[in-house]
Design a protein around this ligand. Structure first.
Ligand code: GUN
Length: 287
């Protein structure tokens, strides 16, 4: 039986710390950290994520500024909003929910965000800082995964970590963080040969491929620690439910520790967004 790495419980600790930090900033500097969230279009999953982010911001005592734009918003209009948020002293963090509608250029939008307010950690300046081990705003999902991993494996040094997936949002920054924690890191993806054999060598597996219950028992070395980043909605027995990229029932008896879906990485991502917004607010005051 594997230990359950509960993102629900661990995220609550992060949230409590952030809440205390927000109160302190307000008390000592009369500043309330502020998060702007921009949603373009009406993607149902994005709507849920944005709602949850706004809800959490209120819970920790932050100000939040929600900007919902129609799906046919032009690049010019979106850029003008980003410029306005960059210049607004009440806004310490800016998050543009991805994916954007096809006609908009994500790279262009990410580049337009002030790196000091880039609480997603997607701006090239933050990506570069993370890659070279400098102080950076770190993408929320991999940051959350690292906090969970450190609970399960206090000393990561020398461990072989396999990251499944190479996205800019999860896989690549995850690999950078694990490397910084002195892991030996392998990144595998859709073009990797012998992917299962490589995964089976891992002490730590981080699965971020977006395929429901794809990782089965035959991928996992006995005693490995498994972090499941996937959030996939499936229909089973006429009911809709959320599953990860890992076949939990098959892998749980083999792993030494595993994160569940739901209640795993999901709540950690939002908690880390709050932490990044607090960090950005503190940096803006140089405290
Ligand atoms: N879409 C899926 N994950 C993320 C994320 O971490 N940040 C943003 N901005 N959009 C996302």
């Amino acid at each position: 039986m594997a230990t359950l790495i509960s993102g629900k419980d661990i995220s609550q600790k992060v949230i409590d710390e952030v809440k205390a930090g927000v109160a302190e900033l307000h008390h000592q500097h009369d500043v309330r950290p502020g998060l702007a969230v921009v949603l373009v279009g009406d993607d149902p999953a994005s709507q849920v994520y944005v709602r949850n982010k706004i809800k959490r911001a209120a819970e920790v005592g932050m100000a939040s500024f929600e900007h919902r734009l129609p799906a046919d918003t032009s690049q010019t209009v979106l850029n003008a909003l980003i410029d306005k948020l960059n210049a607004d002293p009440k806004v310490h963090g800016i998050l543009v929910q991805l994916p954007l509608p096809k006609h908009l250029d994500e790279g262009h939008v990410i580049n337009a965000i002030d790196p000091a307010k880039d609480v997603d950690g997607f701006h090239p300046l933050n990506v570069g800082a993370l890659a070279s081990g400098e102080n950076a705003l770190v993408p929320c999902t991999p940051l959350g995964c690292m906090i969970m991993l450190k609970e399960a494996v206090p000393d990561l040094s020398g461990k072989h970590a396999v990251v499944i997936g190479r996205s800019n949002i999860v896989g690549k920054p995850m690999a950078a963080l694990l490397l910084q924690a002195n892991c030996t890191v392998t990144v595998v993806h859709s073009r990797t040969r012998d992917i299962q054999q490589l995964c089976k060598q891992a002490d730590i597996v981080v699965a971020a491929i977006g395929r429901p219950e794809f990782i089965g028992a035959e991928w996992i070395k006995p005693g490995a620690v498994v972090i499941d980043v996937g959030i996939n909605a499936i229909e089973a027995d006429g009911k809709r439910r959320l599953v990860g990229d890992v076949d939990f029932a098959a892998v749980e008896p083999i792993a030494s520790a595993i994160s569940p879906v739901p209640g795993g990485v999901g709540p950690m991502t939002i908690a880390c967004l709050m932490q990044n917004t607090l960090t950005a607010a503190r940096k803006s005051l140089q405290v």
